[in-house]
Design a protein around this ligand. Sequence first.
Ligand SMILES: NC(=O)c1ccc[n+]([C@@H]2O[C@H](COP(=O)([O-])OP(=O)(O)OC[C@H]3O[C@@H](n4cnc5c(N)ncnc54)[C@H](O)[C@@H]3O)[C@@H](O)[C@H]2O)c1
Length: 98
Amino acid sequence: MARVGGNGKGAATLNVGIVGLGGGASDMIPAFVQHPHIKLTAAADIDPGQLEKFHSEFHGETYQSAEALCASPNVDAVYIATPNQFHTAHALLALERG
Ligand SMILES: NC(=O)c1ccc[n+]([C@@H]2O[C@H](COP(=O)([O-])OP(=O)(O)OC[C@H]3O[C@@H](n4cnc5c(N)ncnc54)[C@H](O)[C@@H]3O)[C@@H](O)[C@H]2O)c1
C-alpha cells in the first residue's frame, strides 16, 4: 500500500480500498463518497458481479482477493467488510502491507 499523499496545500487525500462489497460496505460507501479527503480507489470481492458494480459506479481498481488489493500502490487504508471470520486474516494482510 502507499503512504498518504498531500496536495501541497495541507489537505491530504486518503485513498481507501474496500474488501467485501456486501451490506456492510453499502452502509459505509456514502460516507466515504461524501468525505472531501477520501477517494475510493479500489475494491476486492470474490463475487465478480460486485466488482463490476463497483467499477461502473466508482471507476476504481478491482481485485478478487484482499491480498491483491493490499498490494496496490493506490490504496492507503483498507476498510474490511468481509464476513466476520475473515477479519483477522484481512486485517493482518493490510498491516503487513503497511
Ligand atoms: N449488513 C450490514 O448492514 C452491516 C452493517 C455494518 C457492519 N456490517 C459488517 O460487515 C461485515 C460483512 O457483513 P455483510 O452483511 O456486509 O455481509 P455480506 O455477505 O452482505 O457481504 C460480504 C461480502 O464479502 C465478500 N466476501 C466473502 N468472502 C470474501 C473474501 N474472502 N475476500 C473478499 N470478499 C469476500 C462477499 O462476496 C460479499 O460481497 C460483517 O462484519 C458485518 O458485521 C454489516
